[in-house]
Design a protein around this ligand. Sequence first.
Ligand code: HEC
Ligand code: HEC
Length: 247
Amino acid sequence: MTSQVGVRVRTGARVIARIFAFSFVCALGGACGPTPAKDIGAQLFSDPRTSTSDDNSFACSTCHAVDKDGDAEQNKAGYPLHDTVFRTRFWGGQVTSPLEAMNACLFFFMKSQTFSADEPKSRALYEYLASIASEDAKQTRPLTIVETVTTVPRGNPDQGKDVWDRSCRECHGDPHTGNGRLSDDVVIVPESSEEFARDVDFPVDLVIVEKVRHGNFFKVGGAMPPFAVERLSDEELGAILGYLDAK
Ligand code: HEC
Ligand code: HEC
């Protein structure tokens, strides 16, 4: 993987430990209230308005489960964050503080400005993640973002439907119609890729694989997150291709 995240998102590289000092924060409206920071953080975690951009429909919870069985139900692009904050390395090892890790998500996916360590929102999110984390979780999680993509063979459509439902449906809704999609910014798949593939004269499956593996990285635009190999295998991706059956 390139050092994109590490190089471009340095703004939040401060000592996160300072945040420990706070167990209460001022409510976002400015008044200091008795609500524990972790509870405010829990709300922020599932609210798209945590982003500073009006033009964002993703919450942290769109891409991260929080409990340790989170992957059983859905298989989101980001790891479940139940034991994240006490690690020392994030994003596969490229990033060295939870604040920077979160800022990468705010910047790349949520069209937001990044947060400083002192910002009430980052304190509250930290407190929330600390409240659900175990102190002994120190191991860096592997994260392989494929740079050079190749097509994968189309797999079993039934398995593909299952993978789609667990990994893609929350944002895209149904294939072909987009029914139930998160917002109008989320394109209808695979039709949108079919059109693009015709324009650039590329195999349509390759266009889909590239988007899934790169998200908005490697100069592919937009806000979709990349799916690392550890989060979605080539076999699962092939099954999605079989299910989508793009023309
Ligand atoms: C559009 C999807 C998306 C959104 C929204 C998102 N993230 Fe992420 N996040 C990812 C992906 C993909 C990764 C890289 C895989 C991983 O490490 O979990 C990641 C990584 C992280 C990591 C590092 C995890 C680790 O152990 O390496 C943290 C912490 C994190 N995100 C926090 C947040 C917080 C807090 C928010 C909300 C402010 C948020 N993310 C919003 C997709 C997203
Ligand atoms: C967090 C929300 C989110 C998730 C999860 C997500 N996508 Fe997307 N996807 C988007 C958005 C938004 C776009 C529009 C382009 C952009 O903003 O990146 C998009 C675009 C695409 C495109 C590009 C279509 C074109 O015009 O070429 C494809 C293909 C695609 N997604 C497939 C998938 C598949 C397959 C999955 C599941 C493995 C998935 N997406 C999961 C949000 C998401």
